[in-house]
Design a protein around this ligand. Structure first.
Ligand SMILES: Nc1ncnc2c1ncn2[C@@H]1O[C@H](COP(=O)(O)OP(=O)(O)OP(=O)(O)O)[C@@H](O)[C@H]1O
Ligand SMILES: [Mg+2]
Length: 309
C-alpha cells in the first residue's frame, strides 16, 4: 500500500531522513517509534507530500506519489498532525466536515457522520459541535483532530502522536476502540508515537528509528523479546516483557474457574489483570465467564521468554 525506497530528506547538510526504506501492507497498522528529532514526523510528511523528499521513491497503491495531483493525494489520506492543527476560526462541526464538504457529500450525511465521529472519540455532539478550538482542552482538540482525519473514510491514515495530550483513561479507551475500528474497516495506518505501551498495544509491526534511519522493523513480540540491537534494548529498558502483556487479551487465557470479586471483561489486557492482582493482593481475578490466575500470566510470559531462547 505504501512503499518507500531509499528515501532521504536533507535540510542543508543534515539528513532528517537518511536512505530509509519501508513498506506498509494494506490493512496494516505500522507504528513508528523513536527519540525526539529522529525523523518520525518527517517520514510521515514525506508520504503525503507535506514535505518533498530529496531523493528516493515513494509509492502509494503502486503509483509514484509524484504522479498524483497533490489535492487528490491528500483527500485520500487522513492526516492527524502532531500540533493538532484545527482551523481556529471554524467550530468543531466545520473542522470535521471540511473534507466531506470538499468531496460534495450531502449535508444530512455530513451531520450524521460528524455526530458519529464525535461519539467515537468520546465527545458529546450536543456539547461540542459548535465549540471553537480555543474553547477545547488540548486532549479534546486532539480527539477532534482524529475525528477530522476519519471523516471522509480514507483508506490510509497518517497519525502523528494523535493521543499524546489525552488523559490516560480516555487514551486507553481510544487506543482500544481505534484498534478495533482499524481492524474492522481494514484501514492502512502509519502511527507515530513516543509511547512504548501505545506502540506495543496498537502495532502490527513497529519501526524503530534513530538518526533518520530504521534500526528495527518487526512485530512487537520480535522487537521487544528477540532484539539483538543495543539501541532497541535501551529503548525498552527491560520493561518489554510487561508491556507485551498489554497486547494480549485475558479472554484468550481465561480458565473456567469461577472466582468472586469485581469482574473484568474478556477484552481487558493481561497487563490490566496483573495490575488488578497487585492492587487486590489476590493471585486470581474474575473475568466474565471464568477467571485468570497469576500463574497463567507467568506461563504466557514464560512461553514468550522461551521463544527468545
Ligand atoms: N523545516 C526544517 N528545517 C530544518 N530542519 C528540520 C525541519 N524540519 C525538521 N527538521 C529537523 O529534522 C529532524 C527530524 O525532525 P522530525 O520532526 O521528523 O522529528 P520527530 O522524530 O518527529 O521528533 P519529535 O518526536 O520531537 O516530534 C529534527 O532534528 C528537526 O530539527
Ligand atoms: Mg514529530
Amino acid at each position: 500500500m505504501i512503499e518507500m525506497q531509499n528515501v532521504t530528506k536533507s535540510y542543508g547538510d543534515f539528513k532528517a531522513v537518511d536512505n530509509l526504506s519501508l513498506h506498509v501492507d494494506s490493512g496494516e497498522l505500522l507504528v513508528i517509534l523513536g527519540p525526539s528529532g529522529c525523523g518520525k514526523s518527517t517520514t510521515l510528511r514525506l508520504m503525503n507530500k507535506m514535505a518533498e523528499r530529496t531523493s528516493g521513491t515513494i509509492k502509494i497503491k503502486d503509483k509514484d506519489i509524484d504522479s498524483f495531483v497533490e489535492e487528490d493525494l491528500r483527500k485520500g489520506i487522513g492526516y492527524v498532525i502532531q500540533s493538532i492543527g484545527l482551523f481556529p476560526h471554524m467550530n468543531v462541526w466545520k473542522n470535521i466536515a471540511t473534507v466531506p464538504q470538499l468531496l460534495g457529500w450531502e449535508n444530512s450525511s455530513i451531520d450524521r457522520r460528524v455526530d458519529e465521529l464525535l461519539l467515537l472519540v468520546g465527545l458529546k455532539p450536543e456539547n461540542y459541535r459548535y465549540k471553537k478550538p480555543s474553547q477545547l482542552s488540548g486532549g479534546e482538540a486532539q480527539r477532534v483532530g482524529v475525528a477530522r482525519a476519519l471523516a471522509s473514510d480514507p483508506d490510509i491514515l497518517l497519525m502523528d502522536e494523535p493521543f499524546g495530550a489525552v488523559d490516560p483513561i480516555n487514551r486507553l479507551r481510544l487506543q482500544k476502540e481505534f484498534r478495533q475500528i482499524q481492524r474492522r474497516l481494514g484501514k492502512t495506518v502509519v502511527f507515530v508515537t513516543h509511547d512504548i505501551d501505545e506502540a506495543i498495544l496498537l502495532g502490527d509491526r513497529i519501526c524503530i528509528m534513530n538518526h533518520g534511519k530504521v534500526v528495527s522493523l518487526d512485530t512487537p513480540e520480535n522487537v521487544v523479546l528477540h532484539s539483538k540491537d543495543d539501541f532497541v534494548d535501551s529503548f525498552f529498558k527491560g520493561e518489554g516483557i510487561l508491556t507485551i502483556l498489554s497486547r494480549k487479551n485475558v479472554g484468550d487465557y481465561m480458565e473456567e474457574i469461577p472466582w468472586e470479586g469485581e469482574e473484568i471483561v474478556q477484552d481487558s489486557t493481561l497487563k490490566e489483570a496483573l495490575s488488578l492482582m497487585l492492587l487486590t493482593g489476590e493471585d486470581r481475578v474474575p473475568v466474565k465467564g471464568g477467571s485468570i490466575s497469576f500463574n497463567r500470566i507467568l506461563q504466557v510470559v514464560g512461553r514468550d521468554i522461551n521463544e527468545k531462547a
